[in-house]
Design a protein around this ligand. Structure first.
Ligand code: TYD
Length: 133
């Protein structure tokens, strides 16, 4: 079910370099209210949560990392290793990020501002919530 969550980032190259484009209605199925990026990553995994209402698009600016995407019944391992790849992290998807390359930079476009109450950080609570529908 997660294959259709991978989007191709448009890129245009010329002698000056390459521009990568993520645009509303193309790769982005929501309005963006927040952007953040993570870098200087250690070997420790991140994520380990799901969101109740937040939708996010993760864009790999540089390097590589693995995502575990889990909807409560299916787990998928997705490797991002190109800035031409963006991954939609939809609501109620437990996600973990592993195996960051040393140079990894991951930019995330989010549909809302930061709200801790939108997080489900406990896996058992996540499973109960998705099974309740
Ligand atoms: P968290 O979302 O748990 O990180 P990750 O999913 O990468 O493991 O966020 C780490 C900390 O940063 C946590 O205390 C919440 C805080 N935070 C903000 O204050 N604002 C933000 O926009 C984000 C993404 C995190």
């Amino acid at each position: 079910m997660f294959e259709n969550m991978l989007f191709e980032v448009q890129s245009i190259s010329d002698a000056r370099g390459t521009i990568y484009i993520v645009e509303q209605g193309q790769q982005l199925p929501f309005d963006v209210k927040r952007c953040y990026f993570i870098k200087e990553l250690s070997s420790q995994p991140r994520g380990f949560h799901a969101h109740k209402t937040l939708r996010q698009l993760a864009v790999l600016v540089q390097g590589s990392c693995d995502f575990i995407m889990d909807d409560g019944s299916t787990k998928n391992n997705i490797t991002l290793n190109s800035p031409k790849q963006a991954l939609l992290i939809d609501t109620f998807v437990w996600h973990e990020m592993h195996n960051f390359s040393e140079d990894c930079i991951l930019m995330v476009l989010a549909s809302d501002v930061y709200l801790e109450e939108d997080y489900i950080r406990n896996y058992d609570e996540f499973l109960i919530t998705v099974k309740q529908g």
